[in-house]
Design a protein around this ligand. Structure first.
Ligand SMILES: O=C(O)CCC(=O)C(=O)O
Length: 243
């Protein structure tokens, strides 16, 4: 796959809070370089080996070093800067991608998608929170062959796209992010992105932690418009009101 110059994580070093908000609003993602200190990262990697985690691990609490990431100061400061002081952590999963052979015709990455809505698991209604951010903490350096992250800058502001459908028409605008082990990438729930496949010799390891502003608690039941309003509506109105 051809790609313009990868987005350098250096751009994000020493960003002011104002610049971070502006960049995130414009592009739908931001990076906290070196969010995990080297000693902490070593602890995490040895815990993962010791505990024998496989391709996905939801009980990441079993590693105290990994669980500490939920309160990572640098990342929480960024999330609060972007979403306000009152935030909640609501979802997390560790994901490992072992080395794989490049198959003829494959994209070299997952399909482009957004995390809002059905996302990777149609049964997971937490992804329907009205506003949230997914954070990829990368434990290994990403390279073009080692699972680069792909993002479509500005796709968070594209209102015609939605979850659960092909977004490959945006592939020409996708940029590679070569995060380093210890970096955290924050992507808005509407930002189009995809994780790269791993054609290297070593496993690609990361954890994805999701936060939302407190106000974006998922309602137990979707509100519906009153029946009389629907009955009185034109066909166009009904299309807008029903479902
Ligand atoms: O593997 C990655 O870097 C991205 C993962 C991803 O697409 C997701 O969590 O929705």
């Amino acid at each position: 796959m051809t790609s313009p110059t990868p987005i350098s994580t250096d751009v994000f070093c020493d960003m002011t809070p104002e610049a971070q908000r502006a960049y995130y609003g414009e592009n739908g993602f931001t990076i906290v370089p070196g969010a995990i200190k080297p000693d902490h990262l070593s602890e995490i990697l040895s815990d993962i080996d010791r505990l024998g985690w496989g391709a996905a691990e939801h009980n990441f609490w079993s590693s105290p070093a990994v669980a500490r990431l939920v309160e990572n100061e640098a990342v929480l400061a960024a999330v609060r800067n972007l979403y306000g002081p009152d935030i909640r952590f609501f979802k997390g999963v560790y994901v490992a991608r072992p080395p794989a052979q490049r198959a003829a015709g494959d994209l070299g990455r997952q399909g482009l998608h957004i995390d809002y809505g059905t996302a990777e698991n149609a049964q997971d209604f937490r992804n329907f929170s009205a506003s949230w951010v997914n954070i990829g903490f990368y434990f290994t350096d990403l390279t073009p062959d080692h699972g680069p992250l792909w993002v479509v800058p500005g796709s968070n502001r594209r209102y015609e796209i939605g979850p659960g459908r092909s977004l490959e028409h945006m592939a020409g605008d996708a940029r590679m992010v070569l995060a380093r082990g210890g970096d955290a990438v924050l992507f808005h729930c509407f930002t189009v992105h995809a994780g790269g496949y791993n054609y290297s010799q070593t496993s690609r390891r990361a954890i994805f932690l999701s936060y939302r502003p407190a106000w974006a608690e998922r309602p137990e039941q979707m509100a519906v418009w009153p029946d009389p309003a629907i009955a009185a509506a034109s066909p166009e109105g009904r299309r807008l009101l029903v479902g």
